[in-house]
Design a protein around this ligand. Structure first.
Ligand code: AP5
Ligand code: MG
Length: 254
């Protein structure tokens, strides 16, 4: 049985993984899906988990943003829907995910942050993972849902600020930088995501309720859903996720 307190320590200080009993190398976390409404903490938790289990975070919103910044066809097609708080069409996102999952670093597992967001994407992923040589090995996918109340999500999203230099994330209400508007690490002026404006947040929430919430049911029905209370401290949520995933893997192996 893995000790939750030790997991918590490992989430805070990845270099202590071995001492904490996290079985580095032998641990096969397999494919994890981090799901939740805008601001639920998917990106924050993905970074914690990747540090503990040494597997990559695949953030579909981030890949789309990168394409926008580079002015690719995909970026141009994605721009308007993202700015309006809607979803990029399934075929574009699926193709993007397939390309990313062809990279060798996913062999032991990976964290899909913000994918799938529609039933169509979930079914497409099921088929991909059912094929021979599926990325992340033979382990079944586990979907982790982070639950946070509407008003807290609003504060998290509208308060979020990002350092354009080191990408560190702050929150003016919940995790403020030491000096008002600049990054603690490099002193760069913090920026706000365009889709973090309050009116776009409400539209992102509508999109989530209509298109993404049903995806949770898809994973619940097949016993592959872990539901975590995301309205706690960052390290408390990390510990809960690591523990719950470990437990589900154990049950399915027995
Ligand atoms: P994406 O960039 O993924 O945005 P999102 O899903 O709306 O989620 P966020 O990144 O805003 O929130 P998060 O859950 O990662 O929270 P975070 O950890 O940052 O997608 C953007 C757009 O791309 C979509 O709207 C869509 O158009 C498109 N797209 C992406 N994927 C797609 C797909 N699969 N299909 C189609 N289109 C797609 O935390 C938020 C804030 O809260 C931060 O300030 C953080 O510091 C703070 N915080 C986090 N955890 C805690 C905590 N426990 N306590 C206190 N504060 C906390
Ligand atoms: Mg995110």
């Amino acid at each position: 049985m893995v000790d939750r307190g030790k997991f918590l320590a490992a989430a805070e200080r990845p270099e202590e993984q071995a001492a904490a009993g996290v079985p580095a190398g032998s641990a096969m976390p397999g494919p994890l899906l981090l799901m939740g409404a805008p601001g639920a903490g998917k990106g924050t938790q993905a970074k914690k988990i990747m540090a503990v289990w040494r597997m990559p975070q695949i953030w579909t919103g981030g890949i789309l943003r990168d394409n926008r910044a580079r002015g690719t066809d995909l970026g141009r097609q994605a721009k308007q829907v993202m700015d309006e708080g809607k979803l990029v069409p399934d075929d574009l996102v699926n193709r993007m995910v397939a390309e990313r999952l062809a990279a060798p670093d996913v062999a032991r597992g990976y964290i899909l942050d913000g994918y799938p967001r529609t039933l169509g994407q979930a079914r497409w992923l099921d088929e991909l993972l059912a094929g021979q040589g599926a990325p992340g090995g033979a382990l079944p996918v586990i979907a982790v849902s982070l639950a946070v109340g509407y008003n807290q999500l609003l504060r998290r999203v509208t308060g979020r600020r990002i350092c354009p230099t080191c990408q560190r994330t702050y929150n003016v209400y919940l995790q403020p930088p030491k000096a008002d508007t600049v990054c603690d690490v490099d002193g760069a002026l913090l920026a706000q995501r365009a889709d973090d404006a309050e009116e776009v947040f409400h539209e992102r929430m509508r999109t989530y309720e209509i298109l993404t919430a049903p995806v949770l049911e898809h994973y619940r029905q097949s016993g592959r859903l872990v539901e975590v209370n995301g309205d706690r401290s960052v390290s408390g949520v990390s510990a809960e996720i690591l523990h719950a995933v470990e437990e589900l893997r154990r049950q399915r192996n027995s």
